[in-house]
Design a protein around this ligand. Sequence first.
Ligand SMILES: Cc1cc2nc3c(=O)[nH]c(=O)nc-3n(C[C@H](O)[C@H](O)[C@H](O)COP(=O)(O)OP(=O)(O)OC[C@H]3O[C@@H](n4cnc5c(N)ncnc54)[C@H](O)[C@@H]3O)c2cc1C
Length: 399
Amino acid sequence: MALPGRPVEAPVVVLGGGPVGMVAALALARRDIPVIVLERGDDEVRSEWRGSTVHPATLELLDELDLAAPMLKEGVRAHHLDYRDLELSESARFPYELLERETRYPFRLQYEQYKLVRQLRRAVDGSPNVDMRFGHDVVGLRQDDTRVELDVTVGGERVVVAGRWAVAADGAHSIARKLLDVPFPGFTYPFLSLVVATPFRFEDALADLGTVGYWSGPRGRFSLIRTPDVWRAALSTATRVDDDPPPGTHPDFHAAVDLLLKGCLDPRELPLSQHQMYRSHQRLAASFRLGRVLLAGDAAHLSSTTGGMGLNSGIHDAMALAAALAAPDQETATSAYAERRRAVAERFVQPATTESRTSADAVDVAVRRDRLVRLRALAEDPAEATRYLRRVSMLGIQN
Ligand SMILES: Cc1cc2nc3c(=O)[nH]c(=O)nc-3n(C[C@H](O)[C@H](O)[C@H](O)COP(=O)(O)OP(=O)(O)OC[C@H]3O[C@@H](n4cnc5c(N)ncnc54)[C@H](O)[C@@H]3O)c2cc1C
């Protein structure tokens, strides 16, 4: 542990030991760049529900860190992407095998974020180049042309940790972004979303159920995703972000399950292992580089969880910034990192997630039917379907 007042130094200091911070640390360590990771939480990995989708482009990057193989062993592979409706018969199915020539992972992997975090913790523990410090809360930041100094509270003491560069991977409420006065414009969706996990075997109750399905319906979107242990359902609710959710299991979940299972089971009997309301946002930091501080992951961009691109694009940031910090001309490479990754977030991730959220939340029955008819036409044309799958798999935009 650092002595109060005495700076601890490394070439790179990463703020935040979430998935993006740890991927950045490992990728830097692989390039022989020592890193200190400052994480304000403790070393326990909680099994809270966040990301569960890993796209082909992200698997390719995680393979560079030898993380893909254990994930492939445990995760569930989705070989189709299904679009359906809770009331209508129209549907569309996109087969991932169309991507066989594009990627060595022509499927989408369902693997819970907390399990990825566990894998990352193990890899970080085994890396002599990564000094991971829990219980280190960053509260201040200064920089000049040569280094960054961070004030850190640890066990009631104040210490200084310094690096030639800092990576801000400290999440949606990033202290670094705030201390650097980086605007974070965008918006918060007015209604809360809900994620639910259940061991109920939907595959026994629904014909031809794939492992990833997105339904439209009279109350908005409903998705059902198979993860290794449970089914994970996510949906829009009618609860406004500032209102208290109703007590118990949300009535919108009951209503959706009632339509899905055509009343053959009382939704109140479904066993639930998680039931969590959350806010969704579309926000983008004005810049991903401020002097010697690089922003990455949720600290830099937030997007709707529909389509599962938040964590994935954060991992892409982490790999790209490690390459930039290992480049001979760090100055030019880090500026290019900031421009390129911000452009990807602005021109690709934000429009794609906004579009999928808006179209999936349409409640008008004619609009829902039209959308499924359009998706079906796309799915039936191999060239169009391949283009569509490339886009939703984030291929070609990962660096
Ligand atoms: C319900 C839900 C479902 C989602 N589903 C998907 C999905 O399917 N696919 C997908 O790609 N994404 C999904 N996401 C988004 C995904 O979870 C996030 O994009 C991802 O967690 C971002 O990782 P991160 O490391 O940038 O931030 P975080 O995971 O928030 O980690 C930030 C870390 O920084 C630490 N920290 C914060 N402040 C400080 C400080 N001052 N000092 C030191 N440490 C600090 C925090 O303790 C934390 O450990 C989902 C999110 C939610 C809420």
